[in-house]
Design a protein around this ligand. Structure first.
Ligand code: C6P
Length: 404
């Protein structure tokens, strides 16, 4: 069981006020808050070991390099990758997806197919559209039902020998649906297709085991799991990462450069051109340690309770509709109130100290499916409480009265 007061004390921002009211932070899907241990680790890096990595023989450079590689090892353990060199530091989920989509440009030809799901964030749509434009491959979409669940019977029908890569999120950012990725991975492999899992919204809630999943790629951002912005992970199976050309050229990703020819460095450096976010990479390891110290069983239990409680309380409000009612769902609630624009609710509740996201959540196809301009999204983390949910429900009721 979580000692919620103790957990909340780890996050200094949770005790601030916003617009004169105690902050209620329910925009965890956009980015999580950071515990003091993560904030301190950033300062400590700059105060004690700041240097460029993999480049210098001097002591600071070695200290920074060691810390960076130790962090890579922590991430490897966290996701159970077979090798540390399968763990590539990126700037975030978007970077990871673009690196893979770009790599596939050398493998696809007209007639090949790329499958994306109807539940994707724009980051997991646009790079694949760009890939299809470049190669003449065709983009196909796995449809969803009214509950916001992907229709597996349709997925099965879409798969064929033409399918070269399937790309799907583990958890939908807009609706909270947890997708049946193990089934999807195994099915894709039956047809010889690769599969990328966008884990951006999963890693705050669970610990993915990439070997048990057997996915070819798994990408995520550090900032949604108590880490800093600007850093993320692209996991890829060794064979795939060896097969794909690098996404960017530059320093550190080479073995030898002449004006005639360049040979590339071994993994992971082949995909890590230029000076990375050294502090971010190191501190992502601190964030992972922190989340493991809380415990993912505890995190899930707390978040499930919050999801159930908030669903029940919000449905007390007349005219309120929840979008995304999948059987497998994480602690995200997207909703609208009849006759009121989501933006207006968001603006009023902000005045009351409550942070929710309003709009299309970078998932316009989902909004189009439900025929709404956007929704109000409350996304809960393990440091949120039922009392905060009560505050939000009262604020939404107040906004409804004001806007009616
Ligand atoms: N979703 C949200 O409020 P980046 O920006 O690269 O860290 O993550 C992109 C991304 C990719 N996939 C999914 C499923 C995501 O949820 C996100 C980011 C945030 O929902 C910001 S738009």
């Amino acid at each position: 069981m979580l000692d919620i007061n103790k957990v909340r004390a780890d996050f200094p921002i949770l005790s601030r006020t916003v617009n004169g009211k105690p902050l209620v932070y329910f925009d965890n899907g956009a980015t999580s808050q950071k515990p003091q241990i993560v904030i301190d680790a950033i300062s400590k890096y700059y105060q004690e070991i700041n240097a460029n990595i993999h480049r210098g023989v001097h002591t600071l450079s070695q200290l920074a390099t060691d810390a960076y590689e130790i962090s890579r090892g922590k991430l490897q353990n966290h996701i159970n990758a077979k090798y540390a060199h399968e763990v590539i530091f990126t700037s975030g989920t978007t970077h990871g997806i673009n690196a893979v989509a770009n790599g596939f440009a050398s493998l696809l030809k007209p007639g090949d197919e790329v499958l994306v799901s109807a539940l994707e964030h724009h980051s997991n749509i646009v790079p694949w559209q760009m890939l299809c434009e470049k190669t003449g491959a065709t983009l196909k979409v796995i449809p969803m039902n009214e509950k916001g669940e992907l229709i597996m019977a349709e997925y099965d029908k879409l798969l064929s020998d033409k399918t070269k890569i399937v790309t799907v999120n583990h958890i939908s950012n807009a609706l909270g649906t947890v997708n049946p990725i193990k089934y999807m991975i195994d099915k894709a492999h039956e047809f010889g297709a690769a599969i990328l899992i966008d884990g951006a919204q999963a890693v705050p809630h669970l610990k993915p085991d990439v070997q048990a999943l057997d996915c070819d790629f798994y990408v995520f951002s550090g900032h949604k799991m108590c880490g800093p912005t600007g850093v993320g992970i692209l996991y890829g199976k060794e064979d795939w990462l060896n097969k794909l050309p690098p996404y960017q050229g530059g320093g550190e990703m080479i073995k030898e450069v002449t004006f005639e020819k360049t040979t590339y460095a071994d993994l992971p450096h082949k995909f890590e051109a230029g000076t990375p976010d050294v502090a971010g990479g190191i501190v992502l390891g601190t964030a992972v340690d922190y989340m493991n110290s809380i415990g993912f069983d505890n995190i899930q239990q707390q978040e499930l309770e919050l999801l159930e409680y908030a669903t029940k309380r919000l449905l007390e409000i007349e005219g309120l509709k929840i979008f995304g009612t999948a059987k497998e769902k994480t602690s995200v609630i997207s909703f609208n109130i009849e006759g009121i624009h989501p933006y207006d609710i968001g603006t009023i509740v902000d005045k009351l100290g409550i942070a929710v996201r309003t709009g299309h959540h970078c998932a316009q196809p989902i909004m189009n499916y439900f025929d709404v301009p956007g929704t109000i999204r409350a996304s809960f983390s393990f440091y949120n409480t039922k009392e905060e949910i009560d505050i939000m429900v009262e604020a939404v009721k107040k906004a409804q009265l004001m806007l009616a």
